[in-house]
Design a protein around this ligand. Sequence first.
Ligand code: ATP
Ligand code: MG
Length: 426
Amino acid sequence: MSIKALKGFKDILPDEVGLWQFIEQTARDIFHRYGFEEIKVPILEKTELFVRTIGDSTDIVEKEMYTFLDRNGSSITMRPEGTASVIRSYIENGLYVRGSVQRLYTIGPMFRHERPQKGRLRQFHQMSVEVLGSNSAKIDTEVVAMAWQILQEIGLQASLEINSLGCAACRPSFKEALQGFLQERFQHLCEDCKRRSNINPLRVLDCKSENCQAQYVSAPSILKYLCGACSDHFEEVKQTLSLVDVPYAVNAKMVRGLDYYTRTTFELITSELGAQGAIGAGGRYDGLVRQLGGPDVPGIGFAMGMERLVMLLSQKDQVEIRPALDLFLVTLGEAATEKGFVLLQALRSQGLRAMMDQEGRSLKNQMKQADKQNAKFALILGEHELANREVALKDMRSGEQELIEFTAAIEDWADVIKTKIKQQLK
Ligand code: ATP
Ligand code: MG
């Protein structure tokens, strides 16, 4: 019996990896354009880190974490998201001494024990960013605009919803008003919401039950409870988003699934993935760094789910993103094959994507491989070419062929071939 992958864990196969690379490269490029630097953090952390940051009455901590005892009996967890680990690292390594504002991004796998379905896996991948050390509303706008730009440049449509969750000064009065509202309708709420109405009332607004949502239509709006400072901050975020043409809608019921958020929160949503419509989300977490024992610096970040981006892109019929070979070297006869083998290395050193057959296959078969590999050119070196000190460069699309003479040094020869290829590709 063959061994299968774990439920909710998926291979990313060579045929789809081109899309992954395209998305990741586009995002990295945009992160760098916005002055972000990469940070790589471990996949395992002490369980306590996530319990203290994400919040112990959230779905993630209550039922989704991969937590286990390691061989020393200490409780460790496979990271369910990136923010907690990045902040842990920021504090532990004193990254704040590099400058008062740190712009960081990280890309990698996350783990949540959820019910696997379309767009929902147990190992999934996020690209996430954090800005630590700035209170400016324009930083919120930069971060949201950057997320928006990623979707634009990879060619996806989504809608952007924003909200403000207030701060430690103003949220308690909203919490109280909401709790009062929930008490009046207590018997109509689902079991989860009943439980949450006491321990974490804001989270009820995120409930997926239609019944509950029907009740919450008339719930108090957090935006009416914001203090002056939070209200000004939110106004500036909205104004500056408009200034740079990022279209948004305010959704006062968006609360996000993690406890650490303050002030601005946002979500990027698509209607094309059914229930798994959230492709990215984030917000401010101004008290979190201090809460974890670091300096009292504000923060903001977001995470985008790679699987959902890949799914959306593959639903669109656009050209396959697959790295094509520049050339396939076709050789015939022992001497030419040996010469070709050395040339192949020189071509790769020149930066060309090049392959040759190593199984001693026939000329016809080698040409077939060139075709199958989607090579742009075939470079043919047979006994006849070897004797004439030349090699034939065949354009696989037009079928046109050109002879290129040997030069004394093989590096120069490879360089001439590269130049010819680049010219013809123009
Ligand atoms: P959802 O409402 O879909 O459960 P979430 O609020 O739990 O999303 P976040 O924790 O904010 O999501 O993570 C940010 C992004 O990571 C999501 O918008 C989504 O694209 C992706 N994501 C989250 N959980 C999963 C998962 N189990 N499988 C695939 N992608 C996921
Ligand atoms: Mg979730």
